[in-house]
Each structure stands twice: as C-alpha cells, then as structure tokens.
Design a protein around this ligand. Sequence first.
Ligand SMILES: *Cc1c(COP(=O)(O)O)cnc(C)c1O
Ligand SMILES: [Zn+2]
Length: 384
Amino acid sequence: MTTSDVLAGASLDSMVLKCVTCGRTHALDELRWRCGDCRGVLDLEGFTAVMANASALARRRPSLWRYAEALPVPEPAGITMGEGGTPLVPAPAKRGVFLKMDYLMPTGSFKDRGAVLVAALAERLGVRRMVADSSGNAGAAIAAYAARAGIVCDVYVPATTSAGKVAQLRAYGATVRQVDGTREDTAAAAALDADDPDVFYASHVYNPFFFHGTKTYVFELWEQFDGRLPGTLVLPAGNGTLVLGAYLGCRELLDQRLIDGLPRIVAVQAENCAPLAHAFNRGRAVSQAGAAGGTIAEGIAIARPARAEQIVAAVRATQGEIVTVAEPHIRAAHSALARAGLHVEPTAAVCWAAIQAFPERPAEAGDEIVAPLCGSGLKSKPPA
Ligand SMILES: *Cc1c(COP(=O)(O)O)cnc(C)c1O
Ligand SMILES: [Zn+2]
C-alpha cells in the first residue's frame, strides 16, 4: 500500500453513532454502546465506503485492509495480523456451491474481520480497558486484538462454553468471567460492566464498526467472482453479525454500481433456537419467540438477538429467507465436512446442513451458492 492510499482513509471526526430507533446521534468518544435516550441499537453515520479501483487493488496485500477506502478506520499497523483474504473452495459433491474458508483466520473464526476494526477504533479512542461477551469465538477475537493493542480485556462467557475456547481466551491474557445461566445472562453481565463510563464495550453485536469489518466477506467474494457476486449467500444467524455485515457490503457495492442487484441471503438458524426464523416466517415479534432449546450449534444459540429487526429486514430486502436445521442434520453435516477434510465446529456446519435441502440444479454463472466455514473444529467440543 502506498502512503497516499493510507491518507485517503476516513477521519473519525466526521462520524457519529446514530440510534436506529429514535435517530439521536452520539459522538464516538462518548463510548456509548446503545442509545442514551431509548436504548436502541446504534449504526455508524457520516462515513461513505469507496471501493478502490482494480489497478490499486492489484497492488495490495490479500488482507481485508486492501479495502482501506471502504473501512471507517485506517489499517492499525501494530494490530493487524493480515486477517481476511480467505480462500474459496468448491464444496464436496455439490455443483455450483462454494465454501469460504473463514476458519483460517488468526483466531480461528470469521469474528477476526470485525474484531480488528473494533480494536483499531478502541486504540484510536485511547481506551485503556474493554469488555466483551461471547459464546466463545467473538471473545477470542476481541481478546487477541486487545492483546495486540495493549488494552486490558475482560470477556464474559456462559459457564457452558467449550474448554478449548476458554483456554484460548486465557492464553491471550484476557480475564475470563464465566456466567451461570443463559447467553442472555452473560450479555447482561457484560453490559453492566460496560456501563462504567471509562470502559469500552467491544461488543460484536452493538458496535457498528464490527459490521464494517464483517462486510469484507462480501468484498472478497466480489473479487473472487471477478467483479460480481454469486446468486445466493447462505449465512449462519445468531446475532447476525455476518448476515448484517454481508448485507452492508452488498448495499455498498450496489450503491457504487459495482453489482447489478443484491444476492439472495439465506440465513440459517438451529431449529432448537430460531427466534429470527419465527419472526420472519410467522410475523411474530422476536421478544415473544420463546426460549431457546439446546443445540450443538453453540455459536448461534441466541434467544433474543439485539438487532433482530434489522436482520429480518435485511433478509427481506434481498428476497431471501430464514431457514432452520434440526440437530441430526447439523451433526450429519458436521461429520460430512470433516470427512471431506474440513474440520469445523458444529455451528459452522449449519449452512452446509441447510444446503442439503436445496433442490439440485445445474449451476450457471450468477446462480452459485456460497456459504462460509466460519469456525475451526480445533477448539470446539466434539458433538456428543
Ligand atoms: C459467531 C459465530 C456464528 C454466528 O454469528 P452471529 O453474528 O451470531 O450471527 C456462527 N458461526 C461461528 C463459528 C461463529 O463464531
Ligand atoms: Zn434512541
């Protein structure tokens, strides 16, 4: 990257966090994680993404920072580990289906895309301590990038989180706070800590910078398909950080007329914990969707996603759908992937499970289906 490329990056001064519900804006340095008036979720305002031209891209390294003009913070030299740039491989025994290898990231999941943006922001804001909450992978990603930024980090996790993920958090030097109860209880404990005005809530769910990182999943696909996108993006949905990031990336490409239309987003939930699918298919409010049952897909066992309305609206805007997969099908998909050399965690098999139910059809250009393999099998509990 040349110096002039870097200088073209965005200035944080022009950006604010805007409440999705009431429209109130908040300065970034207030360290707000939700609206001060109505507690609504916040989106980033005052930033316009620009995709670099082909000749500039051709000169850049294959990390997500190649999209510098499309990212709201400049590349953090001491923090980046070259995240992004994951391969796309043809799926086993399914024509026209491709798997994006997002488990090949520094901390073993797609969460690095978002975590590096949030850590870069925290560094710019001069944050000394940050907290995160997670069923595992988001916490690991935040903890790793906090370590690189020299920021003290506490991560709240459910007491049931895999030993491998807890060990990973500790290895990065994070203080692990295990919370008895549900994933929602864990989020509540972190939020309480985050209400301290000096603490930065490095939340993958609330902090909109995270989504400006996960959107690079789509930018990479756009390059991997030579300047277009596949017809269907199949994505896991718990809190929707990849769904919303992918949607944001698609919209930004469309706004710049770099694609002709939006690809269909098919979001996948575990049948045993499917509040978004219920809201989407039965028009029920997410808060009434009922408690979560158990699922081996621990990474998407989210009973009350804070951005539920945005997720449902995004999927609708793409003429997509929200589908569910049952436990035996997740198990089968998980083991089928491993037998094909793709050792991912059970959560990362839900998209592959969903694709098994798609009608077989000849793949034409533009008709392809892409799903992420978004978390490594090395740190997860083997499914019982
Ligand atoms: C976080 C995660 C998901 C779900 O992402 P959401 O943002 O909660 O929708 C899926 N798979 C893996 C491996 C994850 O780490
Ligand atoms: Zn508000």
